[in-house]
Design a protein around this ligand. Sequence first.
Ligand code: PLP
Length: 403
Amino acid sequence: MEQAKEKEWGKATKALHVGYIPGKTDMNLFRSYATPLIESAIYPLTDIDQYTRIVQGLEPGYDYGRNSNPTVDVLQKRLAALEGGERCLVTPSGMHAVFLLTSHFARPGDEFVTSYNIFGEAYDFFFHWGPEHMGIKPRLVKNPGDLKDWERQITPKTRFIWAETPSNPTLFVTDIAGLAELAHAHNLPLIVDNTLVTPYLQNPLKLGADVVVLSLTKFLVGNGTVVGGAIIGKDELIRELVSDIAHVGAIGSPFDAWLVLLSLETLPLRMARHSSNAEKVAAFLAQHPKVSRVNYPSVPDYPQRELAKRQMPNGFGGLLSFVVEGGKEGAIKVTNALKLITIVPSFGTSRTIVTHPATHTHCNMKPEEREAVGIYDGLLRLSVGLEDPEDIIADLEQALDKV
Ligand code: PLP
């Protein structure tokens, strides 16, 4: 990391400067204040031996657009710095990062340990597509609040432990430090999906996790323009993953990386505002007679408040979920009545959006599997945006009146 002073920079400074400081890096040839967008898939060599020097790491440089690009590299450095990791690989989607990590750590016949507190596509990949196509099987932790339950699922075939915390869509919080200790006692890596709150609010690596996976599609780009993912971990692991990706895909595109870099400049401001808006909306929903439950760590009856505060001391992010009276019918009435809030099966944008997990993101789960993790038919997921909080609350209030 290029750093002008001895003391480690704060996250706001890192989000603005790591990887490209105008006037102070090799890309300064362009005299560009903005990070240059190098939309080139191939790189000329000074001599035929330069390729070997570059791929062996003896000389800095870029070999081929499938594996490396200067603009993507700036984003990789910036995300690694924000997560407090050694190195980062930017992937074309968060899901591609999930696939890469699974295929990297496990082989046909191997297993890994996880719970149902994961986003819908990961559920489908881990529990159906992966076992069928790759022969890699999950072992299910039914009570993820109990570390002993995680330990009981570890077998000689286990290759990694996977946790998404806080989880989509019910904000279940897993004890990262406790799980890391358990994983390491069994010589296993702990992989944590940090998408919901972003590295601005939580750093799993600092709590003991070995690998962080991120979807850039959500709060990191923050405006619904890009699909992207990232993996952050030890230098050696990321080098191996770069070699894997050369066989099964490519790194994220330079243009998408460039858009995410623009967004990262405001990440600290956005996440602080998402968190404070979500807290206000959660407090409104928690006292509403038509709402039976609110999943957000600031509400009084949230069961994992202390753990959530320990892992996310500066806020809990912009995602919450709540259960409306009347099951699916109630959820339909509320969403159809919303005027400001848009129905979108995603989250993490500046504008507030609502999703119905049972029929959108988690529709591939069996009803009993959904119920087991609190994804009831009346559950709505709300990605609280950056609007004036009174306007978000007023829209919800008039829509809940229709139930
Ligand atoms: N991680 C979480 C928590 C998600 O919710 C998602 C997508 O919904 C992903 C990862 C996958 O990211 P992408 O949509 O970029 O493939």
